[in-house]
Design a binder for this molecule. Structure first.
Ligand code: SME
Length: 334
């Protein structure tokens, strides 16, 4: 199989010599069980798995350049749910001694790029068990989109049946992620599509569509507009939402009241959060002003906890600034 190289890692085919390293991390209770596989209690079990890895041909050994140790595995294996299509499922395991260093994200990015650019895949899927936050973070950082929960879908080695949280990435998603690394930012794109000769509602509708379409793991994007002393639902993309929010109520009302952007990592922990779509787990609300007066808020929801990092907060504030810049001076109906 092809060898891939990243800054800190070499991803290569498994060799008979890797037995000790494989057994080292596979016998650790912290590694296998959260991913659904039985820890290796004996060397013999590792021998069988190693032979399988070598034969299988779609599992890379992850070698850490600094000490030439094999510290985990990563694979693009068949996706049982997607037969006869160009899709592979990403799977991985990493020695607990190397957690929290961003190594799996580094390996996964190289493998995803290989899958789309060299192997010609159209789609890469992935899944983790609910609560496996480390695995979830890898997928989010790579830019996978969460599809939802596949209930009662995986029988563990100990007989228990668990649900899986499913993720997907299409080849065009990956192209977009790669372009995004040096292409125009979201607010720059927004500035290109709005036009102050158009009706403000037309611009808001396209702004909501752009943000919803461009941002990964977003399930609602839109505006609440300040009219007659209330925040009233304006153009948006996503599920139907609550129509009216009072000042100081919910995340939107609190952001409008405080005049500051509010980033909520977990909406269930935000007192007074107004749930419109039960899939929403985190949220960012940016208040917007024109001529010194409140005009509304930009509201973005995500089905992923802690979705909005400080770069995204800044970017959404820049989007709000673009809207503020084209706001009609006299009437909303212009
Ligand atoms: N969650 C918001 C309400 C609007 S929806 O997210 C679209 C809030 O608490 O204000």
């Amino acid at each position: 199989m092809d060898t891939l190289e990243t800054k800190r890692l070499i991803l290569r085919g498994w060799e008979a010599d890797d037995l000790e390293d494989l057994h080292d991390y596979s016998s650790d209770m912290r590694v296998g069980p959260p991913a659904g596989w039985k820890p290796h209690f004996s060397k013999e079990e590792s021998v069988v798995v190693l032979a399988d890895f070598i034969k299988n041909g779609c599992v890379w050994a992850i070698e850490y350049k600094e000490n030439n140790k094999v510290i985990g595995s990563i694979s693009l294996d068949k996706d049982a749910a997607r037969r006869d299509v160009d899709c592979r499922e990403l799977g991985y395991a990493l020695s607990a001694d190397y957690w929290g260093m961003g190594l799996m994200t580094e390996a996964a990015r190289a493998v995803i790029d290989y899958g789309f650019e060299t192997a010609g895949l159209r789609c890469i899927s992935a899944a983790h068990f609910p609560g496996n936050d480390a695995s979830r973070r890898v997928l989010e950082k790579c830019g996978f989109r969460k599809e939802g929960m596949l209930n009662y879908s995986y029988r563990l080695y100990n007989g228990r049946v668990l649900s899986t949280v499913q993720y997907i990435m299409m080849s065009e998603d990956w192209q977009r992620i790669k372009e995004g690394e040096d292409g125009p930012s979201l607010s720059e794109k927004l500035a290109l599509i709005v036009d102050d000769n158009l009706w403000i509602m037309t611009n808001l509708a396209n702004a909501a569509a752009l943000i919803y379409d461009e941002m990964i793991n977003v399930n609602w994007a839109g505006f609440y507009l300040w009219r007659d002393g209330l925040l009233k639902l304006g153009p948006f993309c996503g599920k139907p939402a609550c129509t009216t929010i009072e000042m100081g109520k919910g995340v939107c009302g609190k952001a409008a009241e405080s005049g500051k952007t509010i980033v909520v990592d977990d909406v269930h922990l935000f007192p007074g959060h107004i749930a419109c779509d039960s899939a929403s787990l985190s949220e960012t609300v940016v208040p917007m002003y024109a001529g010194g007066k409140l005009i509304g808020v930009l509201d973005i929801d995500s089905p992923v906890r802690r979705r909005f990092k400080s770069e995204e907060k800044t970017e959404l504030e820049k989007c709000a600034a673009v809207i503020e810049g084209i706001w009609p001076r006299d009437s909303l109906d212009k």
